[in-house]
Design a protein around this ligand. Structure first.
Ligand code: PRP
Ligand code: MN
Ligand code: MG
Length: 181
């Protein structure tokens, strides 16, 4: 995991394990969208790595679009009130949309995003997320394509950051407390 291995308490998933899981998810997505490729909607910035690997593994001619959102509020974690920093370029009317996310933590970001995208007249809106923290859920998200459930710990790597660091790690690990205490 690059040269910051000592900042991690534990490696949860290696690059190989992530790629295997993404390939599994891609086979299901290919079967489900055989009629019409979905519009892949990535949520900046965390989803960048999942989007890069998933979209290249997918044997479908699926276009990409991106949104950047930010939660209002005190700062620590999402409040559920979301502001659009960068909107989609695409018109969703009649489109099959597949949201690509790195992680579902409280679920508040995706809950808001699902409502927002559905209100734009998409034919369908589904979710693909690499990680989910079931014990952190404040709201249940119906996630069609899920990689792994993980414990409610501070995880970084493969797009996930701590203060914008560690996104470039090839695997996913639990951040060591000495880094943030
Ligand atoms: C993280 C993560 C998800 C969201 C999940 O993004 O990438 O988008 O939080 O949290 P939730 O389920 O509690 O809403 P973040 O807001 O840190 O922005 P980033 O993707 O740019 O790191
Ligand atoms: Mn994010
Ligand atoms: Mg973040």
């Amino acid at each position: 995991l690059n040269d910051v291995a000592s900042d991690l308490k534990q490696v949860l998933f290696t690059e190989e394990q992530i790629h295997e899981k993404i390939a599994e998810l891609c086979r299901r997505i290919e079967a489900d969208y055989a009629d019409e490729p979905p519009l892949l909607v990535g949520v900046l910035k965390g989803a960048v790595m999942v989007m890069a690997d998933l979209s290249r593994e997918l044997k479908l001619d699926a276009p990409q679009d991106w949104m950047a959102v930010s939660s209002y509020g005190s700062g620590t974690k999402s409040s559920g009130v979301v502001r659009i920093l960068k909107d989609l370029d695409a018109d969703l009317t009649g489109r099959k949309v597949l949201i690509v996310e790195d992680i579902i933590d409280s679920g508040l970001t995706l809950s808001w995003l699902l409502g927002n995208l559905r209100s734009r007249g998409a034919a369908s809106v589904e979710v693909c997320a690499l990680l989910r923290k079931p014990d952190a859920a404040k709201i249940e998200i119906d996630v069609r394509y899920l990689g792994f459930d993980i414990p409610d710990e501070f995880v970084v790597g493969y797009g996930l950051d701590y203060a914008e660091r560690y996104r470039n790690l090839r695997g996913v690990g639990i951040l060591a407390p000495h880094v943030y205490s």
